[in-house]
Each structure stands twice: as structure tokens, then as C-alpha cells.
Design a protein around this ligand. Structure first.
Ligand code: G3P
Ligand code: MG
Length: 252
């Protein structure tokens, strides 16, 4: 097993539709022990696994997630866009995700997506409250990192549960010299920078401040090895299955 974290981004999205139970189950075909996934909330306050704010790209519906009720969402396909054999896949609920984690004992980075729209604050509160309650249902042997690009979501989370491991996501164009202030204000011990624009000097600076560093999204093994040599602790990748050591040996 790899000593650095190879974190399967949205499951194994080259083999099954991203952020579906089928994409998560693919991890179990390999020696992949870290999953990254994203959470959002429906109009009627159901916490579900979805990357985008809207349903257009990855489901058979269209429109904003926060304008869609769960009974309608549950009828939609989350896999037909990927291939007809995945047409039965639906948008997973937080409960389904937790059941999967508890069965497989796979470690997880759960990304809380920012909530937008007229009821953003109310819905974000509900998402975080339900998520905090759900954390208690996760087997304690599983490491859980909660990340967000949104300081609001991380602030709400820390206000409800101070001892959760949190990570701040930065894009290349949002990483300024106030990064340390943001990390300290949010009481985060883990930083998730974008790979574009990341340099050895920046990695060293983050490490000098004691932060765990997980970089997104790295789909080249050479690039991942360079980052690990710089001192990065983990990478998010769409090709976790292709990394050395991830293939299960037959008969084992
Ligand atoms: O958490 C790493 C990565 O997933 C962040 O970007 O847009 O793929 O959720 P995104
Ligand atoms: Mg994500």
C-alpha cells in the first residue's frame, strides 16, 4: 500500500459515473483506501452526493439542486449520461455514503459544497447540522477529513463540532498571502491547494507552518511523484486505479 494518500476523486470516475455508488464500489476492486466526494442539499433539505450546483451535467434532470425536491431527484438517473449500463444509478444520499464507508472502512474526504440561492444560509445550516449528526454514525476506524472552498461552510461546521479534521481548499487564483490568516481563522490543520501554480517553495512554506497538504487534482503519476518528493502528503486523482500498488493480485 502506498505510504502517501492516493485519494480517489469522486470514486473512480473513468470506470463508472462520478459520485455514484457504482463509482464508489469500484474502489473495492483495487487497493484504494481513500475516497473524495462532494455533498449538497435539496430544496426539501435532503443531503446528497453531488458535485455541481445544478443537475444538468450528471443527471437526467436539469436545474439547481436547491430547487429540486428529493422525491423528484430520486427518480432521476445519475448514470445514463456515462453509459446505458449505469442508467439505474441514482444520486446517493448521505446515508448511502455512510453505509458504504462503514462496510468498506475506506477513509474519506467529504467536501461540503457552498450553498447558493435565496435560502443559502438556511440550507447551509441544515446541511451542516445533518452532516454533524451523521459523523457520529461513521465507524471510528475511518479517518474523515472535511473540506470546503467555502469559509462559510467550514465556519458553520467548526461552530457545531470543533474536533472535526478540516481542510481549506484553495484554487490557484484564490491562494494569496492571506492564506495563513484564512487557515488560522478557520482553525484548519490541513490545506488542499490546486496543483496548477503550486511550487516546491509554496509546499515548503505550508509545511514550515505544520500543515498536512493534499493537492487536487493530479492525473499524472509523474506529477504526483514530484509533489510527494516536495513533501505533499496526498493527492486527489481521477486515476487512483492506475497508481502503482493499486491492482489487486489474483488469488488474494
Ligand atoms: O476536493 C478536491 C477537489 O474535489 C476539489 O474540487 O471541484 O473537484 O470538487 P472539485
Ligand atoms: Mg470535490
Amino acid at each position: 500500500m502506498h505510504s502517501k494518500k492516493i485519494i480517489a476523486h469522486r470514486g473512480v470516475p473513468t470506470l463508472a459515473p462520478e459520485n455514484t455508488m457504482a463509482a464508489f464500489e469500484k474502489l473495492t476492486d483495487f487497493n484504494i483506501n481513500w475516497l473524495e466526494t462532494d455533498l449538497g442539499i435539496t430544496k426539501d433539505r435532503r443531503v446528497v452526493v453531488l458535485h455541481d450546483d445544478d443537475l444538468d451535467r450528471t443527471t437526467s434532470l436539469s436545474g439547481a439542486l436547491t430547487e429540486t425536491t428529493y422525491p423528484n431527484l430520486a427518480k432521476a438517473s445519475a448514470g445514463a449520461w456515462f453509459g446505458s449500463e449505469y442508467a439505474q444509478e441514482t444520486v446517493p444520499t448521505l446515508e448511502q455514503l455512510i453505509t458504504f464507508l462503514n462496510r468498506t472502512k475506506i477513509n474519506v474526504n467529504i467536501e461540503l459544497k457552498a450553498v447558493t440561492g435565496d435560502h443559502a444560509n438556511e440550507l447551509a445550516d441544515s446541511l451542516v447540522a445533518q452532516f454533524v449528526a451523521a459523523l457520529d454514525q461513521i465507524d471510528p476506524s475511518i479517518r474523515v477529513i472535511v473540506s470546503s472552498f467555502s469559509p462559510v461552510m467550514l465556519y458553520k461546521l467548526k461552530s457545531r463540532k470543533a474536533d472535526v479534521e478540516t481542510a481549506v481548499l484553495f484554487e490557484q487564483h484564490t491562494f494569496y498571502d492571506d492564506w495563513l490568516l484564512i487557515m488560522q481563522a478557520l482553525d484548519a490543520k490541513i490545506i488542499h491547494p490546486e496543483d496548477h501554480g503550486l511550487t516546491k517553495a509554496k509546499v515548503t512554506m505550508m509545511k514550515d507552518h505544520g500543515y498536512e497538504i493534499n493537492v487536487w487534482t493530479v492525473d499524472k503519476i509523474d506529477k504526483a511523484n514530484q509533489l510527494f518528493n516536495w513533501g505533499v502528503d496526498g493527492i486527489f486523482t481521477n486515476i487512483a486505479d492506475a497508481f502503482p500498488g493499486m491492482q489487486k493480485q489474483s488469488g488474494k
